[in-house]
Design a protein around this ligand. Structure first.
Ligand code: AMP
Ligand code: ZN
Ligand code: ZN
Length: 443
């Protein structure tokens, strides 16, 4: 889908069997059952260290919040393409000029930052693919084993904040919801399966919102990849991407109509986000890295940015290697990890690599032997690049309609969500409530 290359780890484990312990414990607590359709792999497990599927009494009057991610929905699509239901949310609530994702602008790090309020260097999901030198293992988005293994994840996603405080949560997909982060999953969750129809996801969210107050989830996540899929294949300026916007807009309309029809519909927040934008990656703007003349250097990711590891004992060689690599990449900036400029917040975690390459927008780095590459469309560049910007819109009982706010960083969404739900946020989150608190004024 994008130009990421992966150094595969031959020791990678394959999908493990469902955790019998979880299922048995869930049955023993009576919290199992009531799971819906959902097609292949839809069997859901019930968190046993969370709410146990029952809202603590203190939360039963709290509002509900549906957090939706539209993958690859660039900030300007709403105005370029017909999106009447996105406009409906803007009119009823608040719309940001643009959402500034975290770096790197790839699906896994950016989603998990929305969920946790942390930069990637702090939450640990530093790419869609990355190498962990301490574990000697690779994280890769299509490897179900690692994606579902909570020990890879740091921070406290909003659904874990909720569950740990006795509030029921549910996910029909969102990065991180399949993993037992801090030993906790949402009460209801699904292994990611892109084949599940948009309407099935929406209808399940509506069914959850119609549950009895005792078990009705207060945090619900939804995720749609359609716009990203079209953007990678046809580009941001194509009728196909416009059609994908119309499709997710229709799904959003179905959700909004369903919420309006609920007796407690006015107690539901709807938060719309996206993880990054989309830009052209012309084949003529790909620069090659000749790893044959860089002994002991491994490139873990490539494309708009790259992580490079220098083999054992190579730390002293890193500065010289940086200079050699910089000479091969006229349109890239090459940094020792500690020297990555502060504003990227991409230094603290050894998973980032010994050396980091960040290419200029539209330029990519690939292994020399992969050249030439075809024209394509992707994301992953500097998070401040306009074309990497996403969306943020929100409506709900505490938000006055018709508000327009400036661009802001996605780490500030977590504290707002915790606040409106009456939850105590993780004090280690990087985001600050002060940034979005003004949207709650005037109601
Ligand atoms: P990207 O190119 O970085 O935008 O990645 C987008 C792709 O990530 C989507 O097309 C999905 O296939 C994949 N994806 C999204 N969420 C998940 C998930 N929870 N588990 C595995 N893959 C996912
Ligand atoms: Zn994405
Ligand atoms: Zn993508």
């Amino acid at each position: 889908m994008d130009s990421t290359t992966v150094v595969s780890d031959p020791t990678r484990r394959r999908r493990r069997a469902p955790s019998a312990l979880l299922v048995v414990l869930a049955m023993a607590t009576g919290a199992c059952g009531g799971q819906p359709d959902g097609g292949p792999g839809a069997a859901a497990e019930v968190a046993v260290r969370g709410s146990g599927g029952v809202n603590a009494e203190v939360h039963q009057g709290a509002p509900h919040l549906v957090l939706i991610s539209f993958d690859g929905f660039r900030h300007d699509y709403m105005d370029r393409y017909a999106a009447p239901n996105f406009q409906r949310v803007a009119a009823a609530g608040v719309r940001a000029d643009r959402l500034i994702p975290v770096f790197p602008t790839k699906t896994f790090p950016t989603h998990y930052s929305v969920a946790t309020g942390m930069y990637a260097e702090n939450h640990g999901i530093v790419g869609n693919t990355f190498w962990d030198p301490a574990r000697g293992a690779e994280y890769e988005l299509s490897d179900r084993d690692v994606v579902e293994d909570g020990t890879w994840y740091r921070g406290e996603p909003i659904w874990v904040t909720a569950e740990r405080q006795g509030m029921v949560s549910a996910a029909y997909f969102f990065v991180g919801t399949e993993a037992d982060v801090m030993g906790v999953r949402p009460t209801h969750w699904r292994p990611y399966d892109g084949r599940v129809s948009r309407n099935a996801r929406v209808d399940q969210a509506l069914a959850w919102l119609a549950d009895d107050p005792a078990s009705r989830p207060h945090v619900i996540t939804l995720y749609f990849s359609d716009v990203d899929d079209a953007g990678h294949t046809y580009g941001p300026d194509s009728p196909e991407t416009g059609a994908a916007v119309a499709e997710v807009d229709a799904a959003l309309g179905r959700l909004l109509d369903g919420i309006e029809a609920l007796p407690h519909g006015d107690q539901v927040y709807v938060v719309l986000t996206s993880d990054h934008g989309m830009m052209p990656a012309p084949g003529a703007r790909a620069e090659g890295l000749d790893l044959d003349v860089l002994p002991g250097v491994r490139m873990i990711t490539s494309g708009p940015y790259a992580s490079l590891f220098v083999d054992e004992g190579g730390a002293s060689r890193a500065p010289a290697l940086r200079d050699s690599i910089a000479a091969m990449l006229p349109h890239g900036a090459v940094y020792l990890r500690a020297d990555v400029p502060e504003r990227f917040h991409y230094s603290a975690d050894p998973r980032i690599g010994d050396l980091v390459v960040i290419m200029e927008p539209e330029w990519t780095v690939v292994r020399q032997d992969r050249l030439p590459v075809r024209d394509s469309y992707t994301h992953g560049w500097d998070n401040r690049t306009l074309g990497m910007g996403g969306i943020f819109l929100a409506m709900g009982p505490g938000i006055a309609g018709g508000q327009r706010i400036e661009a802001f960083e996605s780490i500030h969404i977590y504290p707002l969500m915790a606040h409106v739900l009456g939850l105590t946020p993780n004090p280690e989150a990087d985001g600050s409530l002060q940034v979005l608190l003004p949207v709650l004024a005037g109601r």
